[in-house]
Ligand binder design. Structure first.
Ligand SMILES: [Cu+2]
Length: 223
């Protein structure tokens, strides 16, 4: 708690609420966190990973049998420590300005999305790419080789267990990765300069912040 790394929290009890459609999990130790990972066994042989970002905690929910009040101190959001740490990060390999570039700006949307799902570029052309993040959680932009969306996406989910992931901008170490932006925090933006792949094709892009890629992706069509 209050430190980088991972804490396993106890689920003290679980209650199906009166509506019959809501499940309440009592987790007394919960704190604001970048990533809350729930591994849910929904039925025999069926399990799901759920990733949540806890920005702030509401007042304790008490309307369930057996509620016990608990004293606890709410710690600062760990994202503040991450922000400090980013000042020690090595510079992005594509942060050097290039001339004669085509400008592409993509904004993040709500519910883990890129507002632009598809961009067209010419093979080999110089690109100035900006990721703007008006959303409330951190995101990045990673361009990968054709067909590599799932491979890199699944690697990104595992970064949730890597305490140094922030130093790598949450980008998986994979030869399938062509170019990436740094992690962009809410309200910020980041620009990179690179050449489009020489080989025409459909190159997927995705956000590799853990848990985002499945819905947060698009493609760069190289012509
Ligand atoms: Cu994201």
């Amino acid at each position: 708690m209050g430190m980088r790394g991972h804490d396993v929290l106890k689920i003290r009890s679980a209650h199906v609420l009166a509506s019959g459609r809501q499940l309440f999990l009592e987790i007394p130790e919960i704190q604001p966190v970048n990533q809350l990972h729930l591994y849910v066994a929904a039925a025999k042989g069926v399990s799901r990973d759920l990733f949540l970002t806890v920005h702030a905690l509401d007042k304790p929910f008490t309307k369930f049998p057996g509620y016990q009040a608990e004293e606890k101190m709410i710690l600062p959001h760990p994202i503040l420590a991450d922000l400090n740490r980013t000042t020690k990060v090595t510079p992005n390999p594509w942060s050097k300005r290039m001339g004669g570039t085509k400008n592409i700006t993509i904004k993040t949307g709500t519910n883990l999305s890129f507002q632009t799902k598809s961009v067209r570029v010419k093979a080999g052309e110089a690109i100035e790419f900006t990721l703007m993040n008006p959303d409330v959680v951190p995101h990045n932009w990673v361009l990968v080789q054709p067909g590599a969306l799932r491979t890199v996406g699944e690697m990104s989910n595992h970064l949730v267990a890597d305490p140094d992931a922030i130093l790598k901008q949450y980008v998986p170490e994979s030869e399938e990765v062509i170019v990436y932006s740094n992690i962009v925090y809410p309200g910020d933006e980041f620009t990179i300069y690179f050449r489009a792949p020489k080989k025409p094709g459909r190159y997927p892009f995705l956000c590799t912040f853990p848990g985002h890629w499945l819905v947060m992706n698009g493609e760069m069509i190289v012509e």
